[in-house]
Design a binder for this molecule. Structure first.
Ligand code: ADP
Ligand code: GLC
Length: 485
């Protein structure tokens, strides 16, 4: 294979150390896929207190130094703890003051200084380790200042020649605060706080916006989202900025780790299954799910799963609006998620109101997620916006038919079922309306209850879709090559 590339990934979460959503999955699976494509990958993460002890105890101390950060000239401790796994090197930035609290994200008042420190410390650590990559691949606003630091305070240091990619996983979060605070904590020169870089609305500083200006390439996690974010509806206030930089903006759809998500070897399932045994395998897993969750036990139920952060991004208002209409004695709904109080309470209420038919698991639980992917017939992902979405990909891999809104990566990955050609991977609807969501679920139910043969074919077709990282990792690799001839 062609030339080797070295890449440093910088981001705020990574499975299995710490994960709150899809970013954590990508930070784990993409580096792993890239190592198979002749890339050397180092992943730089904060060493949060919440990282399970079984990983912490295996980390190896690689060194420490002191770094200045904010305008008052105080210096901060930066420790580097290393963990090597599956060909990928993970370097954790250690600092009790910033990462000792536990959870990765708390509130902006704490998170802004935390990720100013993290961005600068990540680059300083690479210099300290004398590991100078060809490419620095930054993820979301938490790593937004990295390209800015690189082209300013680090320009004349060994790392200064590296090229940068900034991947947007979710444009909703940007790291915005008033200019004096971000200027103080970042220690960045005043000139970067201009309207084309960090400044926003003349008063605020936006860490992601600065990164978008200073990076060499911007990517986002699907083609459709790459187009959507250039419009006011999806642009979260940055649409004009993204249109201006559209020449360096690309969309590359996410994959999933097909070793981690493999129904044939998944030890968490009541009965593992592959494409040839999926019909009996799913029946066993449905039984186990109904039993464990206290649902009415009946093989003929149409079981709908929903695995999601409970926030307005995921259109839970639409789900809540139609839930009573879904429950007809032949349908069960299993929810797994945590998030906004109002959604948590709504789902708790429905569980009480429809005992045996609705089960709301208000928790974060990897094991239960695997069981629900395997035991459900369909998975609901009606998102208001969805940069890529991984749950529909995992669902397909487990032979669970996705029901999605046609937005972002959902549109790019779920080809709608066409009853005339008997082809497609799932059921879709376009406008953000509860009636259309209900219609999509009803179309799915109609096929399930009246034409099981075609439904079962779709289940097998879904399992056959290539949702692995291979093709997308190749596209990232081509970008790395493009940047550094
Ligand atoms: P997002 O990143 O917007 O949350 P994605 O679909 O990209 O959405 O990724 C969500 C990831 O988090 C998937 O791996 C999904 O299985 C997982 N997940 C979400 N909620 C839970 C939960 N309550 N318990 C376990 N896993 C969850
Ligand atoms: C974000 C998005 C999700 C995407 C994930 C990984 O959290 O909300 O759509 O799949 O990042 O890129």
């Amino acid at each position: 294979m062609s030339t080797r590339r070295s890449v440093a990934f910088i981001g705020s979460e990574c499975y299995p150390f710490v994960k709150t959503g899809g970013l954590g999955d990508v930070m784990y699976a993409l580096p792993k896929a890239l190592t198979k494509q002749n890339c050397d990958v180092k992943v730089i993460l904060p060493r949060y207190k919440c990282i399970p002890w079984k990983y912490q105890e295996k980390m190896v101390y690689r060194g420490e130094f002191h770094m200045d950060l904010c305008a008052d000239g105080r210096t901060y401790y930066v420790g580097i703890m290393e963990y090597v796994w599956d060909g990928v090197v993970y370097d954790f930035i250690d600092n009790e003051e910033f990462f000792g609290f536990g959870n990765p994200y708390t509130n902006l008042v704490d998170d802004i200084p935390k990720f100013c420190f993290f961005g600068k410390a990540a680059l300083a650590a690479l210099n300290y380790l004398n590991w100078i990559p060809d490419i620095i691949h930054c993820h979301d606003w938490q790593a937004g200042l990295v390209p800015v630091y690189l082209r300013t305070l680090f320009a004349d240091t060994p790392i200064g020649n590296a090229r940068t990619i900034l991947t947007i996983h979710n444009l909703r979060f940007q790291g915005v605060y008033n200019i004096p605070t971000i200027q103080y904590w970042s220690g960045l020169p005043g000139y970067v706080f201009n309207k084309d870089a960090l400044m926003q609305n003349w008063l605020d500083a936006n860490m992601l916006k600065g990164g978008l200006t200073y990076c060499d390439l911007i990517t986002t996690v699907s083609n459709t989202y790459a187009g959507e974010i250039q419009t006011p509806f999806y642009g979260e206030g940055l649409d004009a900025h993204l249109r201006y930089h559209s020449g360096k903006l690309r969309g590359i759809v996410n994959g999933i780790d097909v070793d981690l998500w493999n129904s044939a070897t998944d030890a968490r399932l009541a009965e593992p299954y592959d494409i040839s045994s999926v019909l009996t395998g799913k029946k066993e897993n449905k039984r186990a799910l109904q039993e464990q969750l206290g649902l009415v036990q009946d093989d003929h139920m149409f079981v709908i799963g929903l695995i999601s952060r409970l926030t307005d991004q995921k259109s839970l208002d639409l789900v809540n609006a139609i839930l009573p209409q879904l429950i007809d004695g032949h349908t069960q709904v299993v929810v797994l998620g945590t998030g906004d109080e109002r959604y948590e309470s709504a789902f708790r209420y429905y569980e009480g109101a429809y005992k045996g038919y609705v089960c709301s698991n208000i928790m974060y639980d990897e094991g239960r997620a695997h069981m629900i992917y395997a035991g459900s017939d369909a998975l609901l992902v009606p998102s208001l916006f969805e940069p890529c979405g991984l749950t529909q990909l995992i669902a397909m891999r487990y032979g669970t038919v996705p029901i999605v809104r046609e937005t972002g990566g959902l549109k790019d990955t779920v080809q709608p079922y066409n009853q005339y050609t008997n082809w497609g991977y799932g059921f879709t609807f376009d406008r953000y309306e509860s009636g259309l969501l209900l219609d999509a679920v009803n179309r799915a139910k109609t096929l399930y209850f009246t034409n099981r043969w075609c439904w079962d074919e779709m289940v097998q077709r879904d399992m056959d879709v290539d949702v692995s990282w291979e093709k997308s990792a190749e596209q990232y690799r081509s970008l790395y090559m493009e940047l550094k001839p």
